[in-house]
Design a protein around this ligand. Structure first.
Ligand SMILES: [Zn+2]
Length: 239
């Protein structure tokens, strides 16, 4: 009886620890090693739109058309295995004046993974991006925002900056399915220097695609201007 209750106590403790580590690994502005950016510390009304995943053919064309019509640049964090299938889409994104970042090769959660796995995911994707015309700094964004020890350690060792976000409207299931709610939440939560996370590369994210023009127009109406993540982070360093 006593043994059993001790066992239960330990089990509960372990479960709480696992839950804690999981939560800790997801906090967008917390990382044990290395530099992580969830926003730029500036007072100017400047903001970066970021789109994760893909590139997938139809959706890339759709979002590029929207961004061209609204005349704003954005930053795309792309998945290596999708880049391998559609390198021409990376060229189209770059030709339209947008920035491209590394979002891993296979989009797996980067916790409890070996250093060799982490290195492969990052380097293989960098190579594919370089082969598709990306030059200059390549920022990394961890899949699902998950990072813990091995990934941040690797990024620090290689002087890489991880970029997360401070505005993520799709994190709330009720908001994610409703274009108007996506617009309202994003406009309310955006501050000078914000990095906004959106997904538009899948059919399931139709609501987000629909919300993008209004998000841009309403933020512009509030005096915001749009830049790539690289330009946003440069503003932070400006004297
Ligand atoms: Zn992703």
């Amino acid at each position: 009886m006593r043994v059993q209750s001790h066992f239960m106590f330990l089990l509960v403790l372990v479960l709480f620890s696992v839950a804690g580590v999981w939560r800790l690994s997801s906090l967008p502005d917390l990382q044990v090693f290395g530099e992580i950016k969830s926003q730029a510390m500036i007072s100017e009304k400047v903001v970066a739109l970021t789109f994760d995943d893909g590139p997938t053919p139809d959706k890339t064309n759709q979002i590029l058309q929207i961004l061209a019509a609204e005349e704003v640049p954005a930053t795309f964090f792309l998945i290596g295995q999708e880049v391998q299938q559609h390198p021409q889409l990376v060229r189209q994104i770059l030709a339209a004046g947008h920035q491209v970042g590394n979002h891993s090769f296979s989009h797996q959660r980067m916790i409890f993974k070996s250093p060799a796995f982490v290195a492969g995911e990052i380097e293989q994707t960098d190579k594919l991006l370089r082969d598709s015309g990306v030059d200059g700094v390549i920022y990394f964004r961890p899949p699902y925002g998950k990072k813990l020890l091995v990934l941040p350690w690797y990024l620090m060792k290689h002087h890489r900056v991880s970029v997360t976000w401070d505005v993520a409207p799709e994190n709330f299931p009720k908001i994610a399915k409703d274009p108007q709610a996506l617009v309202d939440y994003t406009v309310q939560q955006t501050k000078p220097g914000s990095i906004i996370l959106l997904h538009v590369m899948y059919d399931s994210r139709q609501a987000t695609m629909q919300a993008v023009p209004q998000i841009i127009r309403q933020l512009k109406a509030q005096g915001y201007r749009f830049v790539t993540v690289h330009e946003l982070l440069k503003l932070e360093q400006a004297p």
